[in-house]
Design a protein around this ligand. Structure first.
Ligand code: C2E
Ligand code: MG
Ligand code: MG
Ligand code: MG
Length: 277
């Protein structure tokens, strides 16, 4: 009886795996069509300075699936990376970002706003990434100084020299770099000294727990100090309460992002709120 029980456990496990695999294949095929069918949108979330003034935004992908509704990028970005679909999707994000910045340049109340976009490792590692981005910036006629690329520490785990070369080429052009989810990866800190980063983004997990767990507060403090001593600016993600905002302000964090100030919204709604027409 024991053996049978064991056996059926494996069967259940197998059918669950098969179900998961089928779901993934279906999602993958849907994702292939998502771009052509205009199901992807680049939402914008504001970033404010310690005085509460809007200084920029981050573009965050949203997929409106015809049957399943909104699917989180946390679910489909890994899939896009595995399948290589992140390459056309990433290009599309850059195209959208350039169009948004172009429009912002034409309006006096958004002239100085920066726009950050997330770039995945696989996308950055494409041999033509630098050329492509430069071309898109030129074609759109935008000021590259206002475009920020958010990359994660995982980028630094492979071929740092090549990464450095590309980053330097783009920095020369005027593009800025931010490290996303800082402190959650497994890379060495030495890249901070070697690579031309401008901004360190404090991960949401530290911000969430810093007022209830003293060790988390210590980490946030240390990150802000580290950034300061390396001449980097800091942006805190996931700020949800006035208490968190006040604490980060007191530490000297340069910009805050989170539901307290604004939720990610379609770019039209974002512009509407800023009276950009
Ligand atoms: P991320 O770049 O670290 O983005 C921050 C995430 O925190 C976003 O999740 C955002 O919606 C969420 N967030 C912002 N403020 C708050 C808050 O106050 N509370 C809470 N609980 N969450 C907040 P989202 O939009 O689901 O994106 C998840 C991740 O997907 C992003 O993390 C990024 O790594 C990736 N992603 C999003 N858009 C793109 C893209 O265009 N390209 C690539 N390669 N990755 C993207
Ligand atoms: Mg980000
Ligand atoms: Mg982040
Ligand atoms: Mg994060």
């Amino acid at each position: 009886a024991k053996l049978n029980h064991h056996h059926s456990g494996i069967e259940i496990f197998r059918s669950e795996l098969a179900e998961q695999a089928a779901k993934r294949i279906a999602l993958e095929s849907d994702l292939r069509h998502a771009m052509n069918q205009q199901q992807l949108q680049l939402f914008l979330q504001g970033q404010v300075d310690p005085q509460g003034k809007l200084v920029g935004a981050e573009g965050l992908l949203r997929w409106q699936h015809p049957q399943r509704g909104f699917i989180s990028p946390a679910e489909f970005i890994p899939l896009a990376e595995d399948t290589g679909l992140i390459i056309p999707i990433g290009r599309w994000v850059i195209e959208q970002a350039c169009a948004i910045l172009k429009q912002w340049q034409l309006s006096s109340n958004t002239e100085t706003l920066t726009l950050a976009i997330n770039v995945s490792g696989r996308q950055f590692q494409q041999p033509d990434f630098v050329d492509n981005l430069s071309r898109q910036i030129k074609q759109a006629g935008i000021n590259p100084q206002r475009l920020k690329l958010e990359v994660t520490e995982s980028l630094m785990l492979h071929d740092v020299e090549l990464v450095a070369e590309k980053m330097k080429a783009l920095t020369k052009l005027g593009v800025h770099f931010a490290i996303d989810d800082f402190g959650t990866g497994y890379s060495s800190l030495s890249y901070l000294a070697e690579l031309p980063f401008e901004t360190l983004k404090i991960d949401i997990s530290f911000v969430r727990d810093m007022l209830t767990q003293p060790s988390m507060a210590s980490i946030v403090k240390a990150i802000v100090q580290l950034a300061e001593s390396l001449n980097l600016t800091t942006v805190a993600e996931g700020v949800e309460t006035p208490e968190q905002a006040a604490y980060l302000k007191q530490l000297g964090c340069h910009a805050l992002q989170g539901y307290l100030f604004s939720r990610p919204a379609p770019s039209a709604a974002f512009d509407e709120a800023l009276h950009i027409h």
